[in-house]
Design a protein around this ligand. Structure first.
Ligand code: ACO
Ligand code: HSE
Length: 315
């Protein structure tokens, strides 16, 4: 939560320079409270696990959050029961007239396919465009982040020789970003993908900022202010055994997969992994929710009418 202190207290300038959110009197008086409306477009095959991971993080802040589970209108999930989907999910076509303070789009295990071969690619492109007018802040994860920077910026994804798979060291590159408040200088983040998006492919003169990167697995987190989005190429939301379950699943499918890097104690898949990223997962989610709370209009119908100008996607 932002801190409210007198305008002329000396601590104010210091904290502001560090990126701490300090609230002025005018903003404090203006603020009112309503639940934040967050949508989760869940493209992961294990729907319940992903719902739980995201709800755990966005539910841990002091703010009231109303979560809407969203599915692709034209995709029938293979790995989730029809009754679960009918009971808890709404098709994107049915919520497209609504507005959301925050919208999260998950990864999907389709990263080796060309985008156009993903059956819901056209609909997803419409979703990305819709976020520009109906969503205050978007958070794209893993394949959805690759898809978003491809759609908005024309950035390609590149196939990797082996799956980037494990818990990798990352560095924070923009410590005063409001999304990184409280972060250590380096941190561990789970990575699980067959493809990557490269720094060298960032558009020239881009206004995107690289917030976090790994010396081994490259770009991790991009701030994309023009599209009101964060693009997270890795999986801070994963719980302790997500990578283990993916490892056993991939082996069972006969994929050429190594033991996840820096994950199982002594690299022994029989031992329970230790979660070293949970605190940063909570921090990032809390900072994102806080940013939304500070900047979203009280009248949710105003979302999309804020003074941020029209934003056009790449063709
Ligand atoms: C070289 C290739 O092109 S491989 C094809 C794509 N694979 C990749 O991109 C690499 C990573 N993924 C994989 O290897 C596999 O999907 C695995 C090992 C993760 C899972 O294998 P399986 O359990 O046999 O896969 P399954 O058939 O359930 O598909 C996994 C999910 O991907 C979805 N999917 C698969 N192909 C497509 C497609 N063309 N368009 C959209 N979604 C697709 C499935 O619908 C399913 O999601 P859902 O449960 O929400 O419906
Ligand atoms: N990493 C996930 C796919 C989405 O990022 C998996 O291996 O199933």
């Amino acid at each position: 939560m932002p801190i409210r202190i007198p305008d002329d207290l000396p601590a104010r300038g210091t904290l502001e320079a560090e990126g701490v959110m300090v609230m002025g009197e005018t903003d404090a008086i203006r603020q009112d409270i309503r639940p934040l409306r967050i949508g989760l477009l869940n493209l992961m095959p294990n729907k319940i696990r992903t719902e739980t991971q995201i709800a755990r993080l966005i539910g841990a802040t002091p703010l009231q959050v109303e979560l809407t589970l969203v599915r692709m209108s034209g995709h029938v999930p293979r790995n989730a029961s029809a009754s679960h989907m009918t009971s808890f999910y709404r098709a994107w076509e049915d919520v497209r007239n609504a507005r959301f303070d925050g919208f999260i789009i998950t990864g999907a295990p389709v990263e080796r396919l060309p985008f156009a071969e993903v059956t819901y690619w056209d609909e997803l492109r419409r979703v990305f465009d819709w976020t520009l007018t109906n969503v205050h802040r978007c958070f794209n994860i893993c394949w959805a982040a690759q898809a978003a920077v491809h759609h908005f910026h024309g950035m390609p994804k590149h196939a990797l020789a082996r799956k980037a798979f494990g818990v990798y060291d990352h560095r924070i590159l923009a410590p005063t970003s409001p999304y990184l408040l409280g972060f250590a200088d380096d941190l561990s983040i789970p990575v699980s993908r067959w493809t990557e998006v490269r720094r060298a492919d960032l558009p020239r003169n881009t206004d995107m900022t690289v917030l976090a990167e790994s010396p081994e697995t490259g770009l991790c987190l991009l701030d994309d202010p023009r599209h009101h989005a964060l693009h997270m190429f890795n999986h801070l939301e994963y719980d302790s055994t997500s990578l283990a379950d993916e490892y056993f699943r991939d082996r069972e499918r006969g994929l050429d997969i190594a033991v996840p890097h820096n994950y199982f104690p002594h690299d022994d898949p029989a031992l329970r992994p230790i979660n070293r990223w949970r605190a940063h997962a909570h921090l990032l989610a809390g900072n994102w929710i806080n940013q939304i709370y500070q900047t979203t209009p009280f009248n949710i119908a105003r979302i999309g009418h804020e003074s941020r100008g029209p934003v056009l996607a790449c063709a």
